[in-house]
Design a protein around this ligand. Structure first.
Ligand code: ADP
Ligand code: MG
Length: 394
């Protein structure tokens, strides 16, 4: 078990908190503040406990230089609104300087400040020791709550922990709890659903999950590489050519390991990659030469549903089809609806799968939707994430 903010006696101590405030901006305005709102439980808790709170984050890719269009000022303003209290913000081009140090030293219990964009300095993504030390000097305890960057060893995600003790915030605690439990100690039957565009992107996840799951269901673009490896013609469907043999190996491996690997039985095909293209549903051994598969079909949904209804833990990564186009969103929507209705721990990992579940309105019916696309993939691959490794054990 990892230490969390609850394991620290905060009154009078300075909390240096790595948040994920990497929000979308349109013309200098925040177009979606989900990530800021997601950070509030940790920030509010620290404020209530009487900590002096120093928040930090990156925003976009200023590539190691101070660029005003990437300033965190709009985030400071939004934070102040959500807190109902002022948030001190010093737009320092070097992130840390004498004025920032003085402000951090003068903070009173329950007061909050936000540092400028961490990536104004090149040393951030290089995990520069001096920069990490400068940041760490602003706090007594380092709180990592940015899951989205936990798979990167940066100065603010891992480096700081070389100088001050590190605990997790509530967001990382939740990610570790649900992703960790699903992968390490799942209630069975444990089903993984894998989709997305390419097998190549997900090979390591599939290999790792094969060791853990009872059933592995495949959908999305990667299914066609599996069909090809079985000798089916797939028309103009997306093919991950270099990984055809690997798909065959994975099928073989699943069989040897006694894992039931399910492939789609039917697929919605279209003449073009286009929502208005002529489309029809075919069994997977009859995909026409001039068409491409863009979604799983209704027979597949039926077969997957029967198995999912018996599951006790489900991890889902990668959409079942091109859900961005309404015509090819039905398979992904149906799977989301099934997961919303079953009595199981349901964990969604992956940026696009999470977006799909939100878009179809099933987000609040899932046990956990991971906030870190890349980080959750690496977690599912069984990797140790640097930003989590630095958190002290209880
Ligand atoms: P995640 O972000 O959840 O890990 P990926 O990024 O791997 O998922 O894949 C998502 C993308 O896969 C989506 O943009 C979707 O349109 C695409 N996709 C799904 N099915 C197909 C398909 N049959 N053909 C082409 N692209 C597909
Ligand atoms: Mg994606």
């Amino acid at each position: 078990m990892k230490k969390t903010v609850k394991d620290v006696e905060w009154r009078g101590k300075r909390a240096l908190v790595r948040c994920d405030f990497n929000v979308p901006l349109k013309e200098g305005k925040i177009s979606d503040d989900t990530r800021i709102r997601a950070a509030m439980p940790t920030v509010n808790y620290l404020v209530e406990q009487g900590a002096k709170v120093v928040l930090m984050s990156h925003l976009g890719r200023p590539e190691g230089e101070p660029k005003p269009e990437y300033s965190l000022k709009p985030v400071a303003d939004r934070l102040a609104e959500l807190l109902g209290a002022p948030v001190k913000f010093i737009p320092s081009p070097t992130v840390v300087d004498d004025e920032v140090r003085a402000a951090a030293a003068e903070l009173k219990e329950g007061e909050v400040m936000l540092l400028e964009n961490l990536r104004y300095r090149k040393e951030e993504t290089k995990n520069g020791a001096d920069y990490a030390k400068e940041l760490a000097s602003l706090g007594d305890v380092f709180v990592n709550d940015a899951f989205g960057t936990a798979h990167r060893a940066h100065a603010s995600t891992a480096g700081c922990a070389d100088y001050i003790p590190c605990v997790s915030g509530f967001l990382i605690e939740k990610e570790v709890k649900f992703l960790g439990q699903a992968v390490e100690d799942p209630e069975r039957p444990f089903v993984a659903i894998m989709g997305g565009s390419k097998v190549g992107d997900k090979i390591k996840v599939i290999e790792n999950l094969l060791k853990k799951v009872d059933v592995l269901m495949i959908g999305g673009g990667m299914a066609y590489t599996f069909f090809k490896s079985q000798g089916y013609e797939i028309g103009k469907s997306i093919l991950d050519e270099p990984n055809i043999d690997l798909a065959a190996e994975l099928l073989q491996k699943a069989e040897e390991m006694g894992v039931k690997l399910m492939l789609p039985v039917d697929t919605v095909c279209a003449k073009e990659f286009n929502n208005d293209a002529e489309s029809a549903t075919y069994f997977v051994d009859e995909i026409p030469e001039d068409m491409m598969g863009l979604d799983i079909g209704p027979e597949t949904v039926k077969a997957y549903k029967a198995v999912l209804e018996t599951a006790k833990t489900v991890v889902w990564n990668g959409p079942m089809g091109v859900f961005e186009m309404p015509k090819f969103a039905e398979g992904t929507k149906a799977i989301a609806e099934i997961l919303a209705g079953i009595d199981a721990v349901t964990v969604i990992g992956g940026g696009d799968s999470a977006a799909a579940v939100e878009q179809f309105g099933f987000a609040d019916k899932m046990t956990h939707i991971s906030t870190g696309g890349g980080a959750s993939l690496e977690f599912l691959e069984g990797k140790v994430l640097p930003g989590i490794a630095v958190i002290e054990d209880k």
